[in-house]
Ligand binder design. Structure first.
Ligand SMILES: C[S@@+](CC[C@H](N)C(=O)[O-])C[C@H]1O[C@@H](n2cnc3c(N)ncnc32)[C@H](O)[C@@H]1O
Length: 273
């Protein structure tokens, strides 16, 4: 294989060297987390899963902490305190997420590893993975999701937010793969996560969240799309050339050249038995 596979690309780009690209991505993708923060009464979810006056939270594939940042921006009560364990194979991500946390969140444990390799059982009141599992290879998804399910105590609260197959991140990566990297592993989608949860004995409640992001600024769009592919070597002009990706992007562009990307995130929640 000449091109690094998807999991390797993810790890390479969630790094200090990938910071500029990450920041370009979040010019548009911060909206993913604003939408999630608005989707539920998260303060009630945290309060309802308090044990002994505190909450032990596992943030799976914590990235740069955009979800806790969105919750803090919207406002959370200062009590009960939330002790956050950060799990991610990228030490860069763990450091970025840790820097975001403030009351009621406080950094606790750090687990620099892949979810598939995590071994905690019944240790957490809440576990969430928000736009987090795309680079987890589909053939390892059952194992990874089973680890997350097992990490919750009985009565604990699980959350996975993941875009579905027709949503931008998945549709874009399929078209990118077809045009530029057919040998790399596809992203994991919400449908795959749902099947993995069911294989682990969980029937999640699922709420679809529909929204769009976009920009008329080609520099912003190029930075966002390059991060969507973990590939900063392909320009927007090249992406727009003839082929599956060119066709996909033509469908996202209006007559003036402005881009709109269509998202459908499945917010899956469950109570642990
Ligand atoms: C888009 S970020 C997650 C964003 C995060 N939920 C937030 O609130 O900002 C994806 C993260 O998944 C991590 N990751 C990739 N593969 C993983 C795996 N198999 N297990 C756990 N984390 C993984 C990456 O290192 C990256 O930090």
């Amino acid at each position: 294989m000449t091109t690094p596979d998807t999991a390797r690309r993810s790890l390479d780009h969630w790094s200090e060297a990938g910071r500029t690209e990450m920041e370009a991505f979040y010019a548009l993708a911060t909206e993913d987390y604003r939408q999630l923060a608005d989707a539920r009464d998260w303060a009630a979810d945290l309060r309802d899963h308090t044990l002994d006056g505190r909450i032990r939270l596992l943030d799976v594939a914590c990235g740069s902490g955009k979800f806790p940042a969105a919750l803090l921006k919207k406002g959370l009560p200062s009590h009960p305190p939330v002790a956050v364990d950060l799990l991610d194979p990228s030490g860069f991500s763990i450091a970025e997420a840790r820097a975001v946390l403030r009351t009621p969140f406080a950094a606790a444990g750090e687990h620099e590893l892949f979810l598939q390799d995590f071994r905690a059982r019944g240790a957490y009141d809440v576990a969430w993975a928000t736009h987090a599992l795309y680079a987890l290879p589909p053939d390892q998804l059952d194992a990874g999701v089973a680890r997350m399910v097992a990490a919750l105590r009985p009565g604990g609260f699980g959350v996975i937010a993941q875009a579905c197959a027709r949503s931008h991140y998945l549709a874009f990566y399929e078209a990118y793969r077809a045009q530029f990297a057919p040998e790399v592993t596809p992203y994991t989608d919400a449908e795959g996560v749902d099947a993995a949860l069911r294989a682990a004995g969980v029937a999640p409640q699922t709420v679809p969240i529909h929204y769009t992001t976009g920009s008329a600024d080609r520099g912003v769009v190029e930075g966002f799309l390059q991060r969507c592919a973990f590939d900063s070597t392909v320009s927007l002009d090249a992406m727009e050339s003839d082929g599956p990706l060119g066709i996909y992007l033509a469908g996202c562009r209006d007559a003036d050249g402005a881009y709109t990307f269509t998202h459908e995130t499945h917010l899956m929640t469950w109570e642990s038995r």
